[in-house]
Design a protein around this ligand. Sequence first.
Ligand code: FDA
Length: 308
Amino acid sequence: MLRALFTSLSANRSLRAVAERSSVGRRLSSRFVAGTEPEDVLRAAQSVNQSGLSVSIDDLGENVTSVEEARASGELYHCLLDEIAARKLDANISLKLTHMGLDIDENLAREQVSSLVAKAAGMSPPSFVRVDMEGSAYTDRTLSLVRDLHRQPGNRGRVGAVIQSYLRRSEDDVAGLLSDGIRIRLCKGAYSEPRTIAFEKKSDVDANYLKLAKLLLKSDIYHGLATHDESLIRRLKRFAVQEKIRPGSFEFQMLYGVRRDLQQSLAREGWGMRVYIPFGNAWYPYLMRRLAERPANVLFIARNLLRK
Ligand code: FDA
């Protein structure tokens, strides 16, 4: 029930507007969000790198409704790539198509992501653009845009997609992306989806995750397994060892502020580990999705707030 409540709160525009402007709101989000300014996230990325982990930087924002806002978000990602190069960070970027203007004009989003992928591909060493996956209304358009961009000369391996194991269609989508050689981030999925298209039971979502992750591990393409689920991670490590899959040929991925102990122990064991670090003012929907995943985080955040 709490999960449904937080998922529906994540889409509430009025609450979002109030929360994101309040200083208490910003303090509440600080456990999962690295700050509001680019400098905040770059500093966080450097510190995560220093502890031996890779990073993906996410400028928070989604469903923007003005061309100016969409263009400003694209520009900010260009600056982030410049800073990643200048500071020699072990980092790439993650973005959402609705932050790049997909709800306004698909060509605007395409043009913006295309120029970011070209920039990432031209960097030395080359960087990478991960296109996050949003709700199912965007799945087809997101996958088709990633596949188109990946086909452009020079872009191979420089742009990747996200697959959600709660969607029944995901096995087919994985097959399509693998046939193009596209890097995939596999996650369980964070949106509210109807039972006609998504598995309802956690055990089915987890079983599909394991099945798809094994396909990815055997594919000879560098993928990201994004989960904090310790039992799944244990099974995937066992599978990788059994199948003689090198630890450096894929990476685990986790969110900033979640299971830092597990992030560190995986890295110490020699597995690739990337931390997804979000920043910016538009933190409200992101935080609500984190609370939906684990309502106990409400207590955790409240305790932190009282302690400050
Ligand atoms: P699950 O929810 O089953 O949790 C397993 C265990 O992990 C819990 O028991 C708890 O211990 C811990 N845990 C999980 N979430 C936690 C939290 N918020 N706080 C504290 N502990 C927590 N989704 C999406 O739809 N599109 C996307 O593009 C992405 N991108 C993405 C990138 C990365 C790097 C990650 C890690 C996740 C995403 N997600 C996502 C979110 C993803 O779909 C999913 O909602 C969360 O990762 C939670 O699922 P778990 O796999 O962690 O398992």
